[in-house]
Design a protein around this ligand. Structure first.
Ligand SMILES: Cc1ncc(COP(=O)(O)O)c(C=O)c1O
Length: 311
């Protein structure tokens, strides 16, 4: 069955076995469907001269298990099992460049709000996925707004957990942005400072200085964010992680999103105000180049970010 924009492949892994794509089903009354109790990851696998490789596999699996732990879910599979499945599912589906979506969730079994008796189910899916923010986004940049929805206050929804239910907030932002003619949105924290994008972290550049909003408990600790900070340092730039007021979005020379899906996507305007001269800037493009070279193994991968699926 084809879904909007989602290209089916042959196999999905479910609780220890590969099942055909259309058979990877869940009961409508699963706790995850009723109340959003799922945790998930998004990883990318890139084709390289040495075969397909997953970017930062171990770090993603660690974050998945951390998210599960925060929500008191104990899956039957440990990090080694899940890493092996992530590699295997790429091979089994004959994919090279793809996105991998592991999920741990609460299944069928509880009518009310106590999720503790619902079984823990584990799925790993994969599909081919191109540029997340559309054709031309990586070279030309995207137009974004500051959304009127805010990120959740710390100690309401745990921002460091990547949990399905928390993404209703991001979907409100994304729908608002698209309805108003933007590609995506930047969210403020409840304090009014800049937090992150809907599924991306954010970097600003002004007079050669790179700044990213401090991790204040309102944003996800992006794995691409961490890698890009490291890559910027490798290229000789300093990166500051600090509180960013909204108005800095309107006066930056360059700006970009980072994320597994979005990779390094330049931002060319915010609320219709051009970022710099309204094009992808030189530091952004240098970092994007470094990122793409790394994920495609066109350099020596000095930080050991790649895991080869055939390795
Ligand atoms: C809310 C949110 N922020 C940031 C990111 C970027 O994180 P990463 O670079 O780990 O993909 C994501 C994507 O996972 C996200 O969903």
């Amino acid at each position: 069955m084809a879904a909007a924009g989602l290209q089916a492949v042959e196999w999905i892994w479910r609780d220890g076995e590969f099942v055909p794509w259309d058979d990877a089903k869940l009961h409508i009354l699963a706790t995850a469907v009723q109340f959003g109790t799922s945790v998930f990851e998004g990883m990318r696998c890139y084709n390289t001269p040495k075969g397909p490789a997953i970017f930062r596999l171990d770090t993603h699996i660690r974050r998945l298990l951390d998210s599960a732990k925060i929500y008191r879910m104990v899956p039957e599979y440990d990090a080694d099992n899940l890493s092996a499945v992530a590699k295997e599912i790429v091979v089994k589906n004959g994919l090279k460049d793809c996105y991998i979506r592991p999920m741990i969730l609460r299944g069928y079994g509880a009518p009310g709000l106590n999720p503790l008796n619902s079984p823990i189910r584990t799925f790993v899916a994969t599909w081919a996925w191109g540029a997340y923010l559309g054709e031309g986004a990586l070279s030309g940049g995207v137009d974004v707004c500051v959304t009127s929805w805010q990120r959740a206050t710390p100690n309401t929804f745990p921002a460091r957990a990547k949990a399905g239910g928390q993404y209703v907030n991001a979907q409100l932002m994304k729908m608002e942005a698209i309805t108003n003619g933007y590609t995506d949105a930047i969210a403020l924290s409840p304090s009014g400072l800049v937090s992150e994008g809907t599924g991306m972290n954010l970097f600003l550049i002004r007079e050669g200085e790179i700044v990213t909003p401090v991790l204040d408990g309102t944003s996800l600790v992006g794995i691409t964010r961490g890698a890009v900070i490291q890559m910027a340092k490798d290229l000789g730039y300093e990166v500051r992680s600090e509180p960013v007021p909204r108005e800095s979005l309107y006066t930056a020379d360059e700006m970009f999103f980072t994320g597994t899906a979005a990779e390094v996507t330049p931002i060319r305007s915010v609320d219709r105000i051009p970022v710099g001269d309204g094009k992808a800037g030189p530091i952004t493009l240098a970092l994007q180049k470094r990122y793409m070279e790394t994920v495609k193994h066109e350099n020596d991968d000095p930080h050991g970010y790649l895991t080869f699926v055939n390795g």
